[in-house]
Design a protein around this ligand. Structure first.
Ligand SMILES: Cc1cc2nc3c(=O)[nH]c(=O)nc-3n(C[C@H](O)[C@H](O)[C@H](O)COP(=O)(O)O)c2cc1C
Length: 439
């Protein structure tokens, strides 16, 4: 059997700082680039395409975190995923600068009707020639609900609503028959109304009556991505997603997770193994020598503002950590927020106790992802273990300083993976789905 080849995604946000807190102040961050301008995104896109990445993954949340001390002051003060611009606006810039690279946009279902969501995603899929993915989220952060003037609903309710949301999206995406467009100038008939079916939906959460406003896009529907990690979230992901994201700090946790997801996939939802890619988060710090890589890593860690770290952790886990003693163990606490990411710090030291103060720094550095520091060979060695022993199909690379971290990965690690036969040497498909689902 030939060894599995890695899939790669660049994990970023449309903002001044992505997921590694404090990176905006790193001396190598965005030198000569403005994240709010197209040139920066064109360069990032071309770099990832040069490295044959499947896609750029644009994370998002809808408003600045305000869980810490019931305020968004520290979020604002330390640029904790702040400011963050709307994610789908850059998709056409990215796909316009490339031929193969896909874009995964995170779009929340919480405050948008499925009808307009389906329309927007079909439009983006057309504009990109079939290179759009949708990271389906339902707004886990209180700040998002506050900003939209709504009462936050519980997890069970959010997933129930999400099921119906998807149901209506699928109805819209499949409502046109393939030969619906006639476009006969002679007769003046553009489309056959018999073949553009009206969608009538009347459910507990949504009502809709209308035809999908966009003709079928190259992929028919966007590639579906999901990162739910609670019991309910894992089922939702196993049922709907084509790529699932997780942050798992050790190989043992990866193995457990992969076994769980694969069994849900096959046993509960009757989907073939391999029809969903398991993509794990990693943070890499690469250099030609180990000493150089370690020095780079130390410089990166020196950028983390401890207060900003606490504000971020409070936002993601839905708990006000300003009320806790920093020496308290994280293992003794239960959080209402993103369960899967909390587990990444619970197990950051193989289950050994971690204090809140330490957890904040681990988390702020890269969301609890395993950090690989070393030469291209060291990093490729670890990625191979994550694939072969941990069950990973690919990796989402969390940004440190940009665009440098992606340039370095593409220049140093990609050729090493290719030499080992563990990475593609060209794109094989025309659409994102074809590339992502290839072995
Ligand atoms: C790797 C990873 C990335 C995520 N990215 C986002 C994101 O960009 N925006 C968001 O609203 N939620 C994001 N989430 C949160 C989940 O998609 C999900 O909404 C959240 O985990 C709550 O669902 P759960 O309770 O089932 O885990 C992410 C989760 C993980 C593990």
């Amino acid at each position: 059997m030939t060894a599995k080849k890695a899939h790669l995604l660049g994990f970023v946000q449309h903002g001044v700082n992505s997921h590694a807190t404090g990176m905006w102040r790193h001396p190598k961050d965005k030198v000569g680039w403005n994240f709010a301008r197209p040139e920066y995104w064109q360069h990032m896109a071309r770099t990832m395409e040069r490295g044959l990445f499947d896609a750029m993954f644009i994370a998002d949340e809808l408003a600045p975190y305000n869980t810490h001390a019931d305020s968004s002051d520290l979020t604002v003060k330390f640029a904790v995923q702040f400011p963050t611009h709307e994610p789908s606006t850059i998709a056409p810039i990215i796909t316009g600068a490339t031929k193969h690279l896909g874009v995964g946009v995170t779009l929340s279902t919480a405050f948008e009707h499925p009808y307009s969501m389906a329309r927007r995603l079909s439009s983006l899929d057309h504009l990109s020639g079939g290179r759009i993915a949708w990271n389906i989220v339902s707004s886990y952060s209180k700040s998002e609900w506050d900003a939209y003037g709504a009462e936050m609903s519980d997890r069970g309710h959010r997933y129930e609503r999400l099921e119906e949301y998807m149901d209506l999206c699928y109805k819209l995406w499949t409502s046109w028959e393939p030969d619906a467009i006639i476009a006969d100038k002679e007769s003046g008939i553009y489309a056959d109304p018999e073949k553009v079916h009206e969608v009538i939906h009347d459910g507990p959460f949504f009502k809709s009556r209308g035809r999908h406003f966009v003709a079928p896009s190259p992929q028919g529907q966007p590639v579906l991505w999901q990162a739910g990690s609670s019991e309910r979230g894992r089922d939702f992901a196993a049922k709907h997603a084509e790529a699932i994201f997780a942050v798992l700090p050790t190989v043992a946790r990866m193995r457990e997770y992969s076994a769980d997801l694969n069994s849900r996939l096959v046993e509960r939802f009757g989907r073939p193994k391999g029809s969903v890619k398991l993509i794990f988060g990693v943070q890499t710090v690469v250099a030609e020598t180990r000493e150089e890589a370690q020095a780079k890593y130390d410089r990166i860690k020196a950028c983390i503002p401890p207060e900003g770290a606490l504000a971020w952790m409070s936002g993601h886990f839905g708990l006000d950590f300003s009320k806790y003693d920093l020496n308290e163990h994280i293992q003794d606490i239960e959080v209402p927020g993103i369960q899967g990411l909390f587990e990444s710090i619970l197990y950051a030291r193989d289950g050994e106790p971690v204090t809140i103060g330490e957890a904040a720094i681990i988390y702020a550095q890269g969301m609890g992802m395993p950090v690989l520091v070393g030469t291209p060979q060291d990093i490729a060695d670890k990625l191979e273990v994550f694939m072969d022993d941990g069950g990973a199909d690919g990796f989402m690379l969390i940004a440190t300083y940009t665009p440098g971290c992606f340039e370095e990965f593409v220049d140093l690690v990609v050729p090493e993976l290719q030499r080992r036969g563990r990475y593609r040497t060209e794109y094989s498909g025309a659409t994102l789905r074809e590339n992502l689902l290839a072995n």
